[in-house]
Design a protein. Structure first.
Length: 88
């Protein structure tokens, strides 16, 4: 198993084949004599020192929920006030 895409990454020390950790040597691991489906889990680590941009998965969902509920409450209060004003 070799990272074909770029030389900016190395395999980490944790490579799993069918749920069992395997040993990698010289940033390579070879699977041979494959006769059935296999499950492979591999992690890579950057070696050029650049930071990978965040994907937004760490957004502040609580903050957005509070803002949404607050905006909805204000909107409903404004509608209620308008209806009261129109009925009087």
């Amino acid at each position: 198993m070799k990272n074909q895409g770029t030389s900016d990454y190395l395999l980490t020390s944790k490579v799993f084949v069918n749920g069992k950790q395997v040993t990698i040597k010289n940033n390579k691991y070879t699977i041979s004599n494959v006769k059935a489906n296999q499950t492979i889990s591999v992690s890579f680590e950057r070696i050029d020192g650049r930071q990978i941009p965040k994907t937004g998965d760490e957004s502040q969902i609580f903050l957005y929920t509070v803002l949404f509920v607050s905006a909805t409450a204000i909107f409903l209060l404004v509608i209620r006030a308008q209806r009261k004003k129109n009925h009087n």
